[in-house]
Design a protein around this ligand. Structure first.
Ligand SMILES: Nc1nc2c(c(=O)[nH]1)N[C@@H](CN(C=O)c1ccc(C(=O)N[C@@H](CCC(=O)O)C(=O)O)cc1)CN2
Length: 295
């Protein structure tokens, strides 16, 4: 009788870049910094402007206020109906610019159709821009000057750094060219301090696979569920899921589950970049309050 060896296929599963755990650590540190500010008579205050009833936006804004309460930041909520006019929205923004209790604020995106996002972002006092999305602050990012950084890109870089993922010399493929994630992330990663080589892919990219397959790090921010499959990534690559699509069966990211069998590390959705986005918003608010103290 002959014995036949059974072929065994072992699949290594990617390790997790745990944004939830790192965000908790960051929030614990911020709580101490907020207490130190309070001892010197400064209470940071985060304002949010939410327009309309989008369930995702409502949930994110509620989360931002919960975070504020947790670390001791005061919060100011401006909730407006989707029917608000541009002039009324402009007036609310001007009020936050003038309110001394509001040391930083954000306009939750996307705004409902008919409202001009670029106009709203441009009206924010750049010194109170907690999102780093005012044109002056985005311009400073381009010029390499100090400014608040957009929260999701900053969170991604902090997460990768925390887990020791090498950035200098890495080939990074970003999928998505939006103003809150893809574009500013490309700028951040290509700074001298990060020194990565960035390829920014988008809906006009002809052969997406050709770009993802050679990348050391793939960041998926397209909002197309399961867009990136295991076959599209290099074995051992680091894959970051940024997108959130609401479907009947729940929230879905851009990374197909098969990526887990090929990648070395994954930032999952949920639990990866989202909590880091929230932690970076708080960080921007606290840093701004600390800067106020220094005059
Ligand atoms: N003004 C802004 N608008 C938007 C931004 C932004 O940074 N500034 N980013 C996104 C929404 N966003 C924060 O505003 C955000 C998205 C997702 C999460 C998050 O924690 N996600 C969870 C999963 C979702 C859930 O559990 O409900 C996760 O990934 O674990 C936080 C903030 C667009 N708009």
């Amino acid at each position: 009788m002959t014995t036949q060896a059974t072929a065994q296929t072992t699949h290594a599963t990617a390790q997790v870049l745990d944004g939830k755990a790192l965000a908790a650590t960051i929030k614990a540190d911020l709580t101490k910094r907020v207490a130190a500010l309070a001892a010197r008579g400064i209470t940071p205050g985060l304002g949010t402007v939410l327009v309309g009833d989008d369930p995702g936006s409502k949930a994110y804004v509620a989360g931002k206020h919960r975070d504020c309460a947790q670390v001791g930041i005061a919060s100011i909520r401006v909730d407006l109906p989707a029917s608000v006019s541009q002039a009324e929205l402009d007036a609310e923004i001007e009020q936050l610019n003038a309110d001394p209790a509001c040391t930083g604020y954000i306009v939750q995106l996307p705004l409902p159709g008919g409202l001009d996002e670029n106009r709203a972002l441009g009206l924010i006092d750049p010194d109170k821009d907690a999102d780093g999305l005012h044109p002056v602050n985005l311009g400073k990012l381009v010029l390499g000057e100090s400014a608040p950084l957009p929260c999701t890109p900053r969170g991604i870089v902090e997460l990768l750094r925390h887990y020791g993922i090498p950035l200098a010399g890495a080939d990074v493929c970003i999928i998505g060219r939006g103003t809150t994630v893809g574009r500013p992330l490309g700028l951040l990663l290509s700074r001298k301090s990060e020194n990565a080589t960035v390829t920014l892919c988008h809906t006009g990219t002809v052969d997406l696979d050709a770009h993802t397959r050679i990348a050391d790090i793939v960041v998926a921010a397209a909002g197309r569920p399961g867009l990136v499959t295991g076959e599209m990534v290099k074995p051992g690559a680091v894959c970051v899921d940024v997108a959130i699509t609401r479907t009947d069966s729940g929230l879905v990211g851009d990374l197909d589950p098969s990526v887990r069998e090929v990648a070395s590390w994954i930032a999952p959705m949920p639990g990866g970049v989202g909590p880091m986005t929230r932690a970076m918003l708080l960080t921007n608010v606290v840093e701004r309050a600390e800067a106020l103290l220094q005059g």
